[in-house]
Design a protein around this ligand. Structure first.
Ligand SMILES: [Mn+2]
Length: 327
């Protein structure tokens, strides 16, 4: 029962004093916002906390309260911690903290998430894969535990909701998600500010890169998956950074054709990262991602395979065809 777990976790928090809040590496709006909102609750309660992320957090989220407190300094793991709270992460390697946890074996782990592929790695697991976002899980947690949601907290929660529903356009946009949005706007969430930072985030160079990538669209016939790829060279040519290329697979999800969309991206280490999206009810991409050690949701998932890019793509098709999960 999710309500019982939310109350159990809150009792642990009332009882303890010093927390480490973790957003997964390369945090998206959901992860960054969840930490921001939760840190504000801890402040209300007079608790101590540190916000940790293994990588840097995008400037795009600079308007979120307490976002400037994020550190990637591993030294923070050496303090006496009463609990580590991990947000929006299906497992500890995805969060980027598996090695830190190995050295902090006695520390309580609290797992707050909505990924279908979540492996329940915590001592407490508040995982609700029917909800749109981790911030929606958190919103329910706040209501169940009668936490006051102030305007800054509402702005954080609404940010995660807008990013994970792709601006209220993807399959996660439930009636509960919409009613949560309305509640948060009533509490003073700054809708326009979020829109300015989150939706108006493209520049000409990014759209030129999208042009190259969209030109390469192809259909893999046996699985009817529509796909394209981005190489490191493309980024250099257009002057676009890794961080800036998010959003392409979400945008491609507006396509009517095909069973799914796959975007393959060559990373600096030579590995190939695949972002996958579908709008079809009969396709479960979290299962597909798990074939390659990745994870995610039914309608949006990701995984990594070794390069080079043409070999990687070939390997992906072979594996998916064998699995018969799509097509
Ligand atoms: Mn999420």
């Amino acid at each position: 029962m999710p309500h019982r777990i939310a109350k159990q976790i809150h009792n642990e928090i009332l009882d303890k004093d010093n927390f480490l809040l973790v957003a997964h590496q390369n945090p998206d709006g959901d992860a960054a916002s969840a930490v921001s909102a939760f840190s504000q609750m801890l402040e209300q309660m007079g608790k101590k906390y540190t916000c940790f992320c293994k990588t840097s957090v995008s400037d795009q989220f600079e308007y979120l309260k307490n976002i400037h407190l994020f550190t990637s300094n591993p030294e923070v793991w050496k303090q006496k911690l009463d609990a580590v709270i991990v947000f929006d992460s299906g497992d500890l390697p995805y969060a980027g903290i598996d090695t830190f946890i190995e050295n902090a074996k006695d520390t309580m782990i609290i797992n707050i998430d909505h990924h279908a592929s979540n492996i329940h790695f915590g001592h407490h697991n508040l995982v609700r894969d029917t909800l749109s976002s981790t911030v929606e899980v958190l919103y329910n947690y706040f209501l169940v535990n009668k936490i006051k949601i102030n305007a800054d907290m509402a702005t954080s929660l609404l940010t995660g909701l807008i990013t994970d529903t792709d601006n209220f356009s993807n399959g996660a946009t439930s009636k509960e998600a919409l009613s949560m949005a309305s509640y948060l706007v009533n509490k003073g969430a700054k809708f326009k500010k979020i829109h300015d930072y989150i939706v108006l985030d493209k520049n000409i160079a990014i759209l030129q890169l999208w042009g190259i990538v969209l030109n390469r669209l192809e259909v893999h016939e046996k699985t009817n998956i529509v796909y394209t790829y981005i190489k490191q060279d493309d980024l250099l040519k257009c002057g676009v950074t890794e961080e800036e290329i998010g959003g392409l697979s979400n945008m491609m999800n507006h396509l009517k054709e095909g069973n799914a969309i796959f975007v393959f991206k060559e990373k600096t280490d030579g590995n190939i990262k695949a972002s996958t999206r579908t709008t079809r009810e009969d396709t479960d991409l979290s299962k597909v991602a798990q074939l390659f050690g990745g994870g995610g949701h039914k309608k949006a998932a990701g995984f990594e395979v070794p390069g080079p890019i043409d070999k990687a793509i070939e390997h992906v098709w072979e594996t998916i065809e064998k699995s018969e999960l799509i097509g």
